[in-house]
Design a protein around this ligand. Structure first.
Ligand SMILES: NC(=O)c1ccc[n+]([C@@H]2O[C@H](COP(=O)([O-])OP(=O)(O)OC[C@H]3O[C@@H](n4cnc5c(N)ncnc54)[C@H](OP(=O)(O)O)[C@@H]3O)[C@@H](O)[C@H]2O)c1
Length: 338
């Protein structure tokens, strides 16, 4: 079988296609023929810089997110069977309950080899079902981006109908957050650097859009759009570089789900603002298998479909990375293995 490997931190150009023996499932494991993989910003971070202390291997099979069909099962496997369509779980060891160090050290395509390969063996607990109407390409969008958006909005301070959500940009996490929030009956204010993408954000349900390049003081635009009240939830994918403005956007009692690092360096100069707003900042790191099950049910109930920007072939994986790197995408970038 073929697989892509990369040298973490050494650049996208170190992606290399290899021929290796097909893996055989050990007891408790299943063999999955991978049909589709989606890329996340994390895959770029791992390729280009570093990712915590987790990535220890000199070469790694990249990408956390993939879906496929089970082709063989090891001894003792009882929860899934040959022929089941499954997605790999980002965290192989977070079945549910609170997060743990063990869970955080089990990330596919980071701490562990990932999904950008034709065949993979995973523990039977490390795979999940997905909505049956989904293609493999759609299912491959769920494990990181969708689950992170779900966790941010529904698992900490759960979003209620009628509340207001701020999403940032039009990448994988933010577009899922918009779709999930609209399905819940929330009002969504979305930012983007592109007027064309803003039109698309409106088409998929955004109630108000702000160009954060044209309005560097976008927190003021958010306040204007909420009659000065602020938003109940911020899906914060910018990180340190946007946190100050996100805190300014939050309503009294608001929730800032801190997720990403897109906006680079910055700082929160006045943390006391959180106090006077009775606001909550939550660090969100993907989610558990239990979260995934609740998300699947919600996606089914509300007939949500992942928004795929472009599908590349397996051989074109480096071009898929370059496309994500360009930031020109809207939603998810997918690699199909046919
Ligand atoms: N903590 C977690 O568990 C977790 C999970 C998933 C992702 N993340 C993080 O969340 C972030 C988003 O990930 P992703 O995979 O969704 O990324 P992505 O698909 O690559 O999205 C990138 C988009 O974000 C927008 N963006 C870029 N810089 C921005 C800025 N300064 N302010 C506002 N928006 C900006 C741009 O949208 P426009 O072109 O519309 O401006 C860009 O196209 C990344 O930092 C990633 O590492 C964290």
């Amino acid at each position: 079988m073929k697989r892509w490997t990369i040298a973490p931190g050494k650049g996208i150009e170190t992606l290399s296609l290899e021929d290796v023996m097909s893996p055989t499932p050990a007891p408790g494991e299943v063999a999955v023929r991978v049909k589709a993989v989606s890329l996340n910003y994390r895959d770029l971070v791992i390729a280009k810089s570093f990712y915590g202390k987790g990535v220890k291997q000199p070469r790694l099979v990249p990408c956390s997110d993939g879906a496929g069909v089970i082709t063989a099962v090891g001894k003792g496997v009882s929860k899934v069977k040959v022929g089941d369509r499954v997605a790999g779980l980002f965290f192989q060891k977070w079945p549910g309950g609170p997060p743990s160090l063990e869970a955080h050290q089990s990330g596919l395509g980071g701490e562990l080899d990932g999904m950008l390969q034709e065949e993979v063996c995973l523990h039977e607990e490390g795979v999940t079902s997905f909505p049956s109407r989904f293609s493999y390409e759609e299912a491959a969008c769920l494990p990181c981006a969708a689950l992170t958006a779900w966790h941010a909005l529904f698992e900490r301070l759960p979003l209620k109908p009628g509340q207001t959500v701020l999403t940032m940009g039009s990448g994988g996490v933010s577009v899922f957050a918009l779709q999930l929030a609209k399905a819940m009956g929330a009002r969504v204010i979305a930012t983007s650097s592109s007027n064309e993408k803003m039109e698309r954000l409106v088409k998929i349900g955004a109630d108000a859009v702000i160009n954060y390049k044209e309005r560097p003081d976008w927190e003021k635009a958010v306040k204007e759009a909420t009659a000065g009240r602020g938003v109940d939830h911020v899906v914060e994918v910018g990180g340190a570089g946007t946190l100050e403005r996100s805190v300014a956007c939050a309503a009294v009692g608001g929730h800032i789900a801190l997720i990403g690092v897109l906006a680079g360096q910055g700082s929160l100069s006045n943390p006391f603002l959180l106090v006077v707003k009775n606001a909550t900042v939550s660090g969100i790191y993907v989610g558990s298998k239990e979260h995934f099950a609740r998300m699947n049910a919600f996606i089914e109930e509300h007939a949500i479909r992942p928004i795929i920007d472009r599908v590349f072939s397996f051989a074109e994986a480096p071009a898929a990375y370059r496309h994500l790197e360009s930031g020109s995408h809207f939603g998810k970038v997918v690699v199909s293995l046919g």
